[in-house]
Design a protein around this ligand. Structure first.
Ligand code: UDP
Length: 245
């Protein structure tokens, strides 16, 4: 299927249900799969970092629109992405599947206390999961070293919560080795899952103001969020360029 190009990043046009069907199929066939859930910050980072862009466009198997900013950008460019498909929602869905199918799961990322809480919650709420690795995201080891540690555990699923681009760069090593697992970078999902960070209440989510809720809770994110107006400007500019060409 043709992808939707937003500032050089190709997005898949599937709904959440369509993504899930494809992911399930690949998981059951043990096909090596890398999923990137890309938000405007990731698109802007990929614009500046060719290696990162290469991973998203040519190593990842699927790219989802993580956030309303991406859906709106597609609209501005006269294209349509069906819906928001967030890393957190996919993470929870994968855990449910892993629990039912008794899969081997490897988790890497977040602070030691957070990963400990995640471990506890999985043991309690997802007893069918075989947790073959759970390490925090602050080891000093180089990414290839971490990757080989993960490969040795022979997981079916790997979730990396290291923030971008580190999480995708780590998983790309394993994807290039064709490790027979499904892998996804999940940003701050472990913090939310463990209850260390609250996800925005439904009203904020429905009003597409999740970002605003996060900003209220963590004002230090303001610097990071300044990339959002830049993203909108760049999308507008790229629209103009399309018209000229
Ligand atoms: N993190 C980590 N190792 C690092 C840097 C960050 O494990 O070297 C973790 C951090 O603790 C947090 C996650 O990566 O759990 C990134 O969260 P953030 O909210 O920045 O991600 P977003 O969801 O915004 O992409």
């Amino acid at each position: 299927m043709v992808k939707i190009n937003i500032l050089g990043v190709g997005f898949d046009k599937y709904s959440l249900a369509e993504f899930e069907a494809r992911f399930l199929d690949r998981l059951r066939k043990k096909e090596s799969t890398l999923v990137v859930t890309a938000n405007p910050e990731i698109v802007m980072a990929a614009k500046e970092d060719p290696d990162y862009r290469e991973i998203i466009n040519n190593v990842a198997d699927y790219v989802t629109a993580d956030g309303i900013g991406i859906i709106k950008a597609a609209k501005m460019l006269g294209m349509k992405l069906p819906e928001r498909v967030t890393g957190y929602d996919l993470f929870c869905w994968y855990l449910k599947v892993a629990n039912e199918d008794h899969l081997r799961v490897y988790l890497i990322g977040a602070k030691p206390a957070v990963i400990a809480a995640v471990k506890e919650k999985i043991a309690k709420d997802y007893p069918g999961i075989d947790l073959v690795g759970a390490e925090d995201g602050y080891s000093k080891d180089a990414l290839p070293e971490i990757a080989s540690r993960i490969a040795q555990a022979k997981p079916d699923l790997v979730f990396a919560a290291l923030g971008f681009p580190k999480q995708e760069k780590l998983l790309a090593i394993l994807r290039k080795q064709n490790m027979p697992a499904s892998m996804m970078g999940v940003g701050g999902s472990f913090d939310v899952f463990a209850g260390a960070v609250k996800r925005a209440p439904k009203a904020f989510q429905d009003a597409h103001l999740e970002w605003f809720y996060r900003l209220l809770k963590e004002p230090s994110r303001l610097g990071r969020m300044m990339v959002l107006p830049k993203f909108v400007l760049e999308v507008k500019k790229s629209k103009g360029q399309d018209k000229q060409s």
